[in-house]
Design a binder for this molecule. Sequence first.
Ligand code: CAA
Length: 379
Amino acid sequence: MFFELNETQRLVQQAARSYAQKTLAPIAAGIDREGRFPREQLLELAELGLMGVNVPEEYGGAAAGAVAYSLAMMEIAQGCASTSVAMAVNNMVAETIVRFGTEAQKRKYVPEITSGRFEAASYGLSEPQGGSDAAALRTTARKDGSGWVLNGSKQWITSGDRAGVIVVWARSGDAGSKGISCFLVEPGLPGLHVGKHEDKMGLRGSTTVSLAFDDVHLKGSALMGAPGEGFVIAMTALDGGRIGIASQAVGIGTAALDAAVRYARERQAFGQPIANYQAIRFMLADVATELDAARLLALRAAALKEAGHRFTREASMAKLFASEKANRASDIAVQVHGGYGYIDEFPAERHYRDARVTTIYEGTSEVQRLVIAREILKD
Ligand code: CAA
């Protein structure tokens, strides 16, 4: 077993790290405070090849693989979590279109995402009445001549107001997972309305909106995959997406640990730096160990994906563990800071807020446990 990165992976990691530390980290607090969408930064990430890390070159991607993507996501999330969530969804959507789209769909949308010409891309699965039970979705797709008509609503759509393309899942057939189809929807179509901008606890530089579909007419060419294949497309995308969120959680947790270490070295109590006290050392040691384990789980899932193996179970394990540990890391970072962890003069409270959603989106921790249990009980 080799733990060494190859040349490509090292280069991607270095490029992401350098950008994250030099450019993103110094402005992350401002992005959060002002709730500013990081358009310019996402464009720069695209120039670095980070909007399609695991996308073939012919569609504008970096073709660097799933491991390189995971490494890049860890670095970018460490610099600015808000920026990293838009990057995660863009990469997930680009990869999904490459995997399931027609040649025309790939050529039309993927280079727009990877180049940053599209401000963002969105993944429209969740609905107001349910996110975990994805197969129960109610948005409908009615056949209309050679095209389709969409009606319904979507909720929690990351970058939904900025997206050049939104992957939308809708019911075209019977109840259950087999009656769902998948569509590529462009913004500005008559009947497509962007609703409420959520005022979130964290990731405040990323936009999260609802979408309403009121007789939205789509051409037949908007269908991605076969009718009824939508649910499998959604789950396949989420398998990869969960590696992205596991990696994001590792990045946020690492930023929290770094902040705690910095503070513990500087802060004096009872005549010496608090880093000298075992109470603090044990906390830092636990966090560092847990984040390393999370990093390895994420990279294992990515390596399996890259090798063409099934990785559903491993992606869910990585997402479950990394998100829970990122929450613990950021909680401990606040504790190490004492009162200074509770105010925005220090980054600990931002990491705490940013980490919180990682156990919720792209499948809650409870959904991950469901997936893992099903997988281990299968055979
Ligand atoms: N890959 C391929 N196919 C899969 C699959 C996978 N990972 N998982 C399931 N399927 C297939 C199954 O094989 C099955 O097909 P067959 O009937 O032919 O065997 C079909 O899909 C139905 O599967 P299940 O019976 O397992 O489906 P279920 O209704 O019991 O649901 C679930 C399973 C895991 C709970 C799923 O609904 C789920 O993942 N829910 C959470 C949804 C989620 O993560 N949403 C996040 C929104 S996106 C987001 O947050 C992005 C963002 O903005 C940051």
